[in-house]
Design a binder for this molecule. Structure first.
Ligand code: ADP
Length: 540
């Protein structure tokens, strides 16, 4: 057989050849909607490739982006990787000092940024002297006066022809770079190769994973700076699915407008996005067009959320698990034929799991001594993964190889596995609550609490406790127009969990702090409520 390298440029070339008119629709940062087809996207990516080369970008160079999901960001994905450079997507929601650290650590030579981030870039400039050019992602007409030293994206493109052939190089060449958000310690860079990215795209297009097709319209709510929008910007052109990019409009109203107007058939995002969107759908009594399947991951999707989306909207929920280090797709939840005959309760149990193992990766769970535990759905231990798109070591890390014997990557999550390949996350190692020598799953209590009709958001954290080591505290955000007391909340939990799992106290708040990727910021919560049980001995 021929041995052709697996290169990202082949994906956009294929989309141009076979799906040239299939649209990419963008809600613009400048306002309004932009639409064009894969043929135009490919043409502009080639123009941008020439512009990059003219600016001196060479094989292996890092090119940063501070941008929403939009068509220009999509062009940067393909132009940078296509010329053999590395597309480094940066999470703009991090603190400026963290972003500066990331830009400097990556050694970005260029940074492309959206209009939204003009102010941020002014803060970053003096902190990132290595960046040769800052490029504003707009045309001259939308250029703000103050950012005059930035280059204009549309002018860069206009100056170039599209006469460019994507070069061939080793499939192991780095294509993209993403830093973990570093809730503990400095952010760490994960470098994806052309090979890992293309194989991951093939895998997520399998019917039991995300299963995109040329008849789908895909809307990644998950940002292109969060693990490459989970691979959708590669998987969609691979099969010619229409793409809808929501830009900065991630609120319920903006998303629902796009879901309906563009007849979106597949979406993807973290649970908090769906909690907000669901609140909007309920308030306005909107029914979204069907069919719609949604991939929820990045944090645990509660059974209550899955149930609400399916029964109130008819949306098919596919719960998935992954991390920045795993590209991310490792498991995704779809049913097996045998589940059709089972009771609703039994199916709900299956459905709440993080899903079955995606072919191309292997999963196992181990005990503290590193011994593999049984795949019986009950035993739980640290989850380890290995496969074609799993990180071997961090970018420029002094530690080098981080793998365990046998080439396994230790995820820091605690999980169960069963004989059908379903994985269930019990908790993150650092969030699991250790009480009197036993473990309490914070996720499980949160999920049950979310089943209460008055609860819009929940978080459970372990706080230091004199007698037990740690005890759980339940933090609740009430649903608008609903009321519940701490005692009623505990009454609701009591019959549903083991006695010693019952939180010692319930506190109410207006908003639970979220991380830059929209997950519950537990480190922050632990700081806020530190000493709660020592200061309120009657609660403990
Ligand atoms: P971070 O959350 O640190 O910003 P990642 O986006 O890489 O970084 O998140 C990976 C982590 O998110 C996993 O290790 C796991 O703890 C959590 N996670 C991802 N998907 C799920 C899920 N479906 N259920 C529970 N936890 C999840």
């Amino acid at each position: 057989m021929m041995n052709q390298p697996l290169l990202i440029s082949a994906l956009i070339r294929h989309a141009d050849t076979c799906h040239g008119d299939t649209e990419i629709v963008t809600r613009l940062t400048e306002g309004g909607i932009h639409r064009y087809g894969y043929r135009d996207a490919h043409r502009r990516a080639r123009q941008l490739a020439r512009a990059l080369l003219r600016l001196g970008v060479a094989l292996g160079d890092r090119v940063g982006t501070l941008a929403w999901n939009n068509y220009r960001h999509f062009e940067i994905y393909y132009a940078t990787s296509g010329v053999g450079a590395i597309c480094h997507t940066i999470n703009p929601r991090l603190f400026p000092e963290q972003i500066a650290y990331i830009v400097n650590h990556a050694g970005d030579r260029l940074v492309f940024f959206d209009l939204t981030f003009g102010k941020l870039v002014e803060t970053l400039r003096p902190l990132c002297p290595g960046v040769e050019h800052w490029v504003l992602l707009t045309d001259r007409a939308h250029f703000p006066g103050g950012a005059s030293t930035a280059l204009c994206y549309e002018e860069l493109l206009a100056a170039e022809s599209d006469d460019y052939e994507w070069p061939a190089f080793s499939e192991e060449t780095a294509a993209a770079l993403c830093y973990t958000s570093g809730t503990t310690g400095n952010p760490k860079g994960v470098l994806y190769s052309h090979r890992s990215t293309v194989l991951h795209a093939y895998a997520i297009n399998l019917p039991d994973v995300m299963g995109l097709s040329a008849r789908d319209t895909a809307l990644p709510v998950v940002p292109m700076f969060h693990v490459n929008a989970w691979g959708l910007p590669y998987a969609a052109p691979m099969v010619g699915a229409k793409m809808v990019l929501p830009g900065p409009g991630l609120d319920g109203a903006s998303l629902c407008e796009l879901y309906a107007a563009e007849r979106v058939t597949i979406s993807a995002g973290v649970p908090t996005i769906w909690l907000n969107t669901l609140a909007h759908l309920r308030e306005k009594q909107i029914r979204l067009p069907l069919p719609h399947r949604t991939i929820i991951g990045g944090a645990a999707a509660s059974p209550a959320l899955i149930h609400a989306l399916e029964t109130e909207q008819g949306i098919e929920v596919r719960h998935g698990w992954g991390m920045t280090e795993t590209s991310p797709a490792c498991t995704i939840n779809t049913f097996l034929a045998k589940h059709a005959a089972q009771s609703t309760e039994a199916r709900d149990m299956v459905h709440a799991k993080q899903g079955r193992i995606v072919p191309g990766v292997e999963l196992r769970i181990v005990d503290d001594a590193g011994r593999e535990l049984p795949r019986d759905g009950t035993a739980f231990g640290e989850l380890q993964v290995r496969g074609h798109w799993i990180c071997r070591e961090y970018f420029k890390s002094e530690g080098g190889n981080i793998l365990r014997p046998g080439g396994w990557f230790a995820t820091g999550d605690v999980a169960t596995l069963d004989g059908d390949g379903y994985m269930r996350i019990v908790d993150r190692t650092k969030d699991i609550i250790k009480s009197g020598g036993e473990w309490i799953s914070s996720i499980e209590i949160e999920n049950i609490a979310l089943g209460h009709p008055a609860v819009a958001g929940s978080a459970v954290i372990g706080l230091p406790h004199e007698k037990w080591g740690e005890r759980p505290l339940l933090v609740i955000v009430k649903r608008a127009g609903h009321d519940v007391t701490a005692e009623q909340m505990l009454e609701f939990l009591r019959p549903r969990i083991a006695k010693w799992w019952l939180p010692d106290a319930v506190v109410f708040t207006d908003a639970i702090p979220l991380t830059g990727t929209g997950k519950v910021y537990k480190t922050k919560l632990r700081q806020i409520y530190a000493g709660y049980y020592t200061k309120n001995p009657e609660a403990a």
